[in-house]
Design a protein around this ligand. Structure first.
Ligand code: PLP
Length: 399
């Protein structure tokens, strides 16, 4: 691990033998983020938007300042287009709740087999309960979303399109713009799962033209428990709140109630205040160093690893053409979980299994794979250590 970053990422300092190669699952947390949360708990602890006393007002200001940072991070028009959620999963479920009330038989939902369960399961449920048809976009021979073919699948029946911006297993960046343009022509809503995109590529929602976009703070050096639902104001304003309660209501009568304006309308109850506050320094750090720096660094490490794996005929790589620093592979005839036990003994953290992308795993014709994912704090020493242990594991299981 990059020792010069150990002040920024305390997990490196506190766990010096750690080789962390699982940032696609969750990145290490930047200390500025941790300290801002500690500061909130040590100096405040007040709720937001409720108490009209100084501490409550200051806390609300810090919370809202974070919303500004997120709006800037993804190029939103205004901060009211940003809703704080628990994570990408909750954002997707909030959208599904709405579309369950809107779609009907004969409508079509278009998605892909590359989706994370967080994106596809809520919309499978929407299809089931509304009678809408769920269809999957064509994938090319590398299992990448085939944007050209997808265009032909978008018709006037298509009402909702749910697609991943970056695949969490293959590391492919989806060519979303032509798809979104066609969707706009037929009046379909486009929902983008940007959980893997947010840490690695600059997101510009205005330029993309998507209606909704979701991502999680914990993959962007920020805290767990906080995520984002972005919606273009006119679209977001139509969403039926999936939760009602305090903080989002305007008038309450005996048998009815009215809602506040956005963004409060979609943030019922006490939100994850510390985590929202902790998200801002994490995103600001990425904005400061630039997504290009992160992507170039991850891609260099990816190339280094791919070159080394080429020399190992016992390894099958599933995504040699990955666009970001994700390498998914298996040791021939050895189960990924057995390899993980070996790696874990050497304090090497990788992800093994189906990576919550069960449809894709079926397309890969395997029950489990090993996924290595890079971030700014990784270096070639991490890869050399990984390769040593992979060689040892192979020798062990061969005999
Ligand atoms: N979508 C993608 C592409 C992901 O990689 C993940 C997490 O791994 C999610 C959605 C779900 O994110 P969360 O668990 O933070 O809700």
């Amino acid at each position: 691990m990059n020792q010069t970053l150990k002040n920024k990422f305390k997990a490196i300092e506190k766990n010096p033998t750690l080789t962390y190669l699982d940032s696609a699952a969750s990145s290490l947390k930047i200390d500025d983020s941790v300290q801002s949360m500690v500061n909130y708990y040590e100096t405040s602890g007040a709720n937001i938007s409720r108490g009209a006393y100084a501490l409550g007002i200051e806390t609300t200001q810090a919370y809202e300042a974070s919303r500004e940072v997120v709006a800037k991070y993804i190029g939103a028009n205004k901060k009211e287009e940003i809703i704080f959620t628990k994570g990408t999963t909750q954002s997707m479920n909030m959208l599904a709740y709405h579309f369950e009330k809107v779609l009907k038989k004969g409508d079509e939902i278009l998605s892909s087999e590359l989706e994370h369960n967080a994106a596809i399961l809520p919309f499978q449920r929407v299809a089931k309960s509304t009678g809408a048809t769920l269809t999957y976009v064509a994938l090319d021979k590398d299992l990448r979303i085939d944007s050209n073919k997808a265009l032909n699948q978008i018709t006037t029946k298509t009402k909702v399109i749910v697609l991943t911006y970056v695949s969490n297993v293959m590391g492919y960046i989806t060519d979303l713009k032509p798809i979104i343009k066609k969707a706009q022509e037929v009046g379909a809503i486009v929902i983008v799962d940007a959980a893997q995109a947010a840490p690695h590529i600059t997101i510009d929602v205005k330029d993309l033209g998507c209606d909704f976009l979701a991502f999680s703070g914990h993959k962007c050096f920020g805290p767990t428990g906080v995520g984002i639902l972005y919606g273009r104001y006119d679209q977001l304003n139509q969403l039926v709140p999936s939760e009602v309660g305090g903080g989002m209501v305007d008038e309450v009568e005996l048998y009815s109630h009215t809602y506040l304006e956005l963004p409060e309308r979609l943030e019922a109850g006490t939100p994850p205040i510390a985590e929202v506050i902790g998200l801002a320094p994490a995103l600001n750090y990425i904005l400061k160093i630039g997504h290009d720096t992160i992507l170039n660094h991850s891609k260099k490490l990816q190339q280094y690893l791919l070159e080394a794996l080429k020399e190992r005929s016992y390894i099958k790589v599933y995504n040699p053409k990955s666009d970001i620093g994700i390498v998914t592979f298996n040791i021939q005839d050895v189960h990924a979980h057995d390899v993980q036990s070996f790696l874990s003994e050497s304090n090497i953290a990788v992800r093994t299994g189906h990576h919550c992308a069960k449809l894709l795993q079926k397309r890969l014709k395997t029950s489990a794979t090993i996924r290595v994912s890079f971030q700014i704090y990784n270096d070639t020493n991490d890869i050399d250590k990984l390769l040593d242990v992979l060689d040892t594991a192979y020798q062990f299981f061969r005999t």
